[in-house]
Design a protein around this ligand. Structure first.
Ligand code: 3PG
Ligand code: CO
Length: 555
């Protein structure tokens, strides 16, 4: 029979304060000048790496190790934190959508039938990130869905695109829009009125997360629903090319635009009787729009008009909130996460990050659940992020504030697990600004030092790891590892994550002298970390968790 009770670990004691640090976007790669972790002055992380070889190793953080479709899929924070918190590898959204499209099951589900009822009289709107990044969405899935929707009766389709440049190279948006336009032209030849209706850059339009800045969602709403935007074009390729010609512009931050007809009228506002699908499979940057589309009561911005639509998400984005209530593909069922087990075994848990990563170390960590398992034993603290800037301007972000908060909580003795996400190397890495990313890595290293120092004072244990790579490689490379150049002869800056492994280090005065990394899990990945820290709390991990990375030898 199932029981939440974890067995005592035969050798490891309970009662040690455990700090778990997730350095977001901190991978391991060859040292060169485009490796910002290498160029940055990071004495604390360096000392962990060179200090005790049996207490530092690399783990896999991309591809199949984190439930992504292929080994060419870079890691990301959603799947990384899911694996870290749940201790098992789940087929993730990208893969589940692939299955549903390939088998055609997506068209047999309740949600597709629901939106299909609008096809006779209404328009089908598809809103999502347009790229092949595979982190939030994939263009090939959009292409299949367009084709399938047309085959299943959609007569009028409007696509609202969000340009990427963050999970893919900046400037690639033009090619993706051209590809989409070709598909839509094919549909038009078959008599389906299919067009791009609006667009904007993902970081400026629609895809905010964790309620950092509702203005981002409002700008999208105005374009997508109301058909209003500061820029109007008759063609989306022209829109993206023109907006990009501003020397300061990039794909991530393109301003919102709408496509208009000859008379200047928007061709695709969302109106009563229409159907809407948000095509991203990943939750964090769709939850806010999903609330705006679904909730009758809503006060985050003035929607002006709240059309009566049939709305479905590609996936359900929040299982606790049941948001949205209709979804084309069921999300991975991530149950019995380490957080839930540990709380039920008396472990008092504290989690903290700044806004832009707060849900990573809570919502994603807990298997895509918002809220507490047991509010009497848990506290989650969000430090407000700076709003309205790109993080290369403030590369230190809130690293020291997170470090201070964790330090104070560790010293208070009120919690057994103190878990933080330090965002800098990821958030600044995504800007492609190499100098700023170096500063970011230095700030993250200082925060790690504060936490390790506090652990030293209370006789605790630390686990320092990361969720995926980013700052350790800031250029696109060819197969032999040489930086690729663009047409002008400049290196192609890599704003995205990488396929690199990430470090994990254990230490602290509370770590028994015989505890070390095993040698027999060479392919260990992020999913092996949960059993590891469950052991360090003095428990055996559940049987179906991926195996622990540590062993205890008698000295
Ligand atoms: C983002 O949403 O910022 C990127 O697409 C992925 O970054 P993350 O996985 O580190 O959040
Ligand atoms: Co990232």
């Amino acid at each position: 029979d199932f029981s939440w009770k974890l067995a005592d670990h035969p050798k490891l004691p309970k009662g040690k304060t455990l700090a778990i640090v997730v350095l977001d976007g901190w991978g391991e790669a060859n040292p060169d000048k485009y490796n910002c972790i290498h160029t940055a002055n990071t004495p604390t992380m360096d000392s962990l790496k060179t200090g005790a070889p049996e207490k530092w190793r690399l783990v896999r953080a991309h591809g199949k190790a984190v439930g992504l479709p292929t080994e060419d899929d870079m890691g990301n924070s959603e799947v990384g934190h899911n694996a870290l918190g749940a201790g098992r590898i789940y087929a993730q959204g990208a893969k589940l959508v692939d299955f549903a499209l390939a088998s055609g099951k997506i068209y047999e589900g309740e949600a597709f039938k629901y939106i299909k009822e609008s096809f006779d009289k209404g328009t089908l709107h598809l809103i999502g990130l347009l790229s092949d990044g595979g982190v939030h969405s994939r263009i090939d899935q959009l292409q299949l869905l367009l084709k399938g929707a047309a085959e299943h009766g959609a007569k009028r389709i409007r696509v609202h695109i969000l340009t990427d440049g963050r999970d893919v190279l900046d400037g690639s948006s033009v090619g993706f829009v051209e590809t989409l336009e070709k598909d839509l032209a094919n549909l038009r030849e078959k008599g389906i009125d299919a067009q791009i209706a609006s667009g904007g850059g993902r970081m400026y339009v629609t895809m905010d997360r964790y309620e950092n800045d509702w203005d981002v969602v409002k700008r999208g709403w105005d374009a997508q629903v109301l058909g209003e935007a500061p820029h109007k074009f008759q063609n989306a390729v022209e829109a993206v090319k023109t907006l990009r010609s501003n020397p300061k512009a990039n794909d991530q931050y393109l301003p919102p635009f709408v496509i208009v007809d000859e008379s200047g009228k928007a061709i695709g506002p969302i109106v009563d009787g229409d159907a809407v699908v948000t095509t991203n499979f990943r939750a964090d940057r769709m939850v806010m729009l999903a609330k705006a589309l679904e909730y009758e009561d809503f006060d985050k911005f003035d929607r002006v008009h709240f059309p009566k639509i049939r709305y479905a998400g590609m996936l359900q984005y929040d299982g606790e909130l049941k948001l949205p209530s209709h979804y084309l593909v069921s999300p991975p069922e991530i149950e019995r996460t380490s957080g839930e087990y540990l709380v039920k075994n008396g472990i008092r848990t504290f989690a903290c990050s700044e806004t832009v990563k707060f849900g990573h170390v809570t919502f994603f960590w807990n298997g895509n659940r918002s809220g507490y398992f047991d509010s009497t034993k848990e506290e989650y603290v969000e430090i407000p992020s700076d709003v309205g800037i790109t993080f290369n301007v403030q590369p230190k972000m809130k690293a020291l504030e997170i470090g201070e908060k964790a330090r104070d909580v560790i010293l208070s003795g009120k919690f057994d697990q103190v878990r933080v996400n330090i965002p800098n190397s990821d958030m600044v890495g995504h800007t492609g600004d190499i100098q700023a990313t170096t500063v970011a890595c230095e700030a993250a290293d200082l925060a790690v030092k504060m936490i390790i120092d506090a652990i030293e004072q209370v006789g605790g244990i630390y686990v320092i790891t990361a969720d995926h790579g980013n700052a350790e490689d800031m250029v696109k490379r060819n197969k032999s590892g040489q930086p690729l150049l663009d047409k002008e002869g400049n290196v192609q800056i890599l704003t995205s994550h990488t396929l690199q492994p990430v470090p994990i280090a254990i230490g602290g005065p509370g770590l028994g002298p015989g505890v070390r990394f095993r040698k027999d899990v060479p392919n260990g990945g992020l999913a092996n970390v949960a059993a590891t820290f469950i052991n360090l709390h003095g428990f055996e991990a559940p049987n179906d968790y991926e195996t622990t990375l540590i062993e205890v030898v008698d000295n």
